[in-house]
Design a binder for this molecule. Structure first.
Ligand SMILES: [Zn+2]
Length: 256
């Protein structure tokens, strides 16, 4: 039975890809294998007129993904992942893949070069994976992004986590709110800092908009999860305001 479920999921995934498959007429090449072949049209609900078929169905099938059925749709049940995170303050973790090629490339392009179509692609792939791996009732009612400080938002012009969160919420049919939580402190980049100094940096960094009715289950979206310090701070705030279940939804996990 345990071996059957991944096989059924793989079969279903192929079936959906085949069903959605159309002959690509744009003349572009798959950006991973550089072949002109059948492209995967966007996997879930597509905005009318949008065209962002970037990869072919063969490359799509070959992309690394976490198996979300083995862990009962919660990657915190995976010891290697659980022990790589610090003082976890959320109940559930869903992620699409380990932080490796091509996701590291796409996330860098999204973050620093404004290549927005990869946000739609990654959200589409993640949505399809979630729809095949878990029941809709296990999804959060409301999805929010990890917020950027206003100063950094002004400098970068956009929050890459918000682009991903918006697409995920739209494609999964969940509520979306990017203003629920504000980042008050403009913290220095966390890379290379110890866990203790990351936590100290982020203490009191977030505030919640008062007067908003919160559902029982909220999803926090980020592009890459590393130590989990930032999402922990957001999760603590939500729990303090009565949220019962928090699911962190990250495109990738960088296991340190
Ligand atoms: Zn390809």
């Amino acid at each position: 039975m345990e071996q059957l479920i991944p096989r059924v999921i793989s079969r279903l995934r192929k079936l959906i890809a085949t069903k959605l498959l159309t002959q690509f007429k744009g003349g572009s090449l798959c950006e991973l294998c550089q072949q002109k072949c059948q492209q995967v049209p966007q996997l879930a609900k597509q905005q009318p007129g949008q065209q962002y078929s970037l990869i072919c169905s063969t490359c799509n099938d070959d992309l690394p993904r976490f198996d979300l059925t083995d862990c009962q749709a919660n990657l915190l049940n995976e010891p290697k992942i659980y022990h790589s995170l610090t003082k976890i303050k959320f109940q559930s973790l869903l992620a699409f893949a380990p932080y490796q090629w091509p996701y590291n490339l796409w996330i860098t392009q999204l973050k620093y070069s404004g290549r927005f179509e990869v946000a739609n692609l990654m959200a589409g792939l993640f949505t399809e994976h979630l729809q095949l791996s878990l029941a809709k009732k296990k999804l959060p009612q409301l999805i929010i992004p990890v917020p950027l400080h206003a100063w950094r938002l002004k400098k970068r012009q956009y929050n890459q986590a918000a682009l991903l969160a918006y697409e995920l919420a739209r494609q999964l049919g969940c509520l979306y709110d990017e203003n629920l939580i504000q980042r008050q402190k403009n913290t220095v980049p966390q890379v290379g800092q110890s866990g203790a100094s990351r936590r100290k940096n982020l203490r009191g960094a977030f505030t919640l908009n008062a007067g908003v009715d919160l559902p029982d289950h909220v999803g926090i979206v980020d592009d890459v999860l590393t130590t989990g310090t930032t999402v922990n701070e957001v999760a603590k705030l939500l729990t303090h305001h009565g949220v019962k279940k928090i699911t962190v939804m990250s495109i990738c996990i960088a296991i340190v």
